[in-house]
Write a protein that binds this ligand. Structure first.
Ligand SMILES: C[S@@+](CC[C@H](N)C(=O)[O-])C[C@H]1O[C@@H](n2cnc3c(N)ncnc32)[C@H](O)[C@@H]1O
Length: 247
């Protein structure tokens, strides 16, 4: 493998999932999502679908009615990782990873996950409307969405855009669109620091292994910029809320 291939492979290598979320917090969210045996679980913007796979496993695949899952994403490498994970967990017959636009998916499911991916629908409000059409009546949505935890700096607004609201604004956006809130929790500082660290760590390790690679200067500059933006711009400012919503 050429070092540039190692570079591509290193990008998400240290991440369990692509969101600020501890194991313990993930387990809480899955309990609140309450996946029932035989349920259909859909993850829009699934990445490699670690949480989707856990949701399907939580519903159970061994009984008379197996839980089934579908993950939709546009990143072929992430989908391939999801298929490998599904095979490792013996869930490959129960979970499909589909290359596609999340907003174009119309087949409803009992439990829908959309974490860090509302931008693909055109923002929070548009996502809450679109997701209402793919959650079956009596179903639940696990939404992972950014919010301003404290007043945004100009830098944070430039990076994340004007669509972001405070937590009250996010909860109200869901209420106004007919969703009922079943659970609310937010990522804490340690989850954020771990998320940002693991996002950088794959390529930091690549840099330490291949310091002479022709791409090293560019990668070093990108990572340094991101770290500066985080610690100097949006650490403690951008929050991530997890809402379990029903309708
Ligand atoms: C912040 S990541 C979150 C991934 C995953 N939900 C998780 O929590 O690990 C956002 C994901 O949205 C995907 N994405 C971007 N545009 C998309 C689109 N138009 N349709 C589907 N997925 C998209 C990206 O490839 C990426 O995997």
């Amino acid at each position: 493998m050429h070092s540039t291939d190692h570079l591509a492979a290193s990008r998400y290598a240290r991440m369990r999932w692509n969101t600020p979320l501890s194991e313990e917090h993930a387990a809480l969210l899955l309990r609140r999502l309450d996946v029932r045996p035989g349920a259909r679980v859909l993850d829009l913007g699934c990445g490699w679908g670690e949480l989707l796979l856990r949701a399907v496993a939580a519903g159970g695949v061994a009984g008379p009615v197996a839980t089934r899952g579908v993950g939709v994403d546009t990143d072929e490498a992430a989908l391939a990782r999801g298929r490998r994970l599904a095979t490792e967990k013996s869930l490959n017959r129960h979970v499909a990873f589909v290359m596609g636009e999340a907003a174009a998916w119309h087949e409803p499911a009992d439990r829908v996950l959309c974490i860090g991916s509302t931008h693909v629908f055109g923002g929070t409000g548009a996502a809450l409307d679109a997701l209402a059409r793919v959650v079956r009546p009596g179903g639940r949505l696990l939404l992972g969405e950014g919010y301003w935890q404290s007043d945004p700096t100009a830098e944070a607004t430039r990076i994340f855009g004007a669509d972001v609201t405070d937590l009250a604004g996010l909860v109200e956006a869901a209420r106004a669109r007919g969703w009922r809130l079943l659970h609310l929790s937010t990522a804490d500082q340690r989850e954020w620091d771990d998320f940002e660290s693991t996002w950088l760590a794959g390529r930091q390790e690549w840099l330490l292994t291949y310091p002479e690679d022709p791409r090293a200067d560019q990668v070093r500059a990108e990572l340094d910029d991101r770290l500066r933006q985080y610690v100097g711009g949006y650490r403690g400012v951008l929050g991530l809320a997890y809402l379990v919503l029903g309708r």
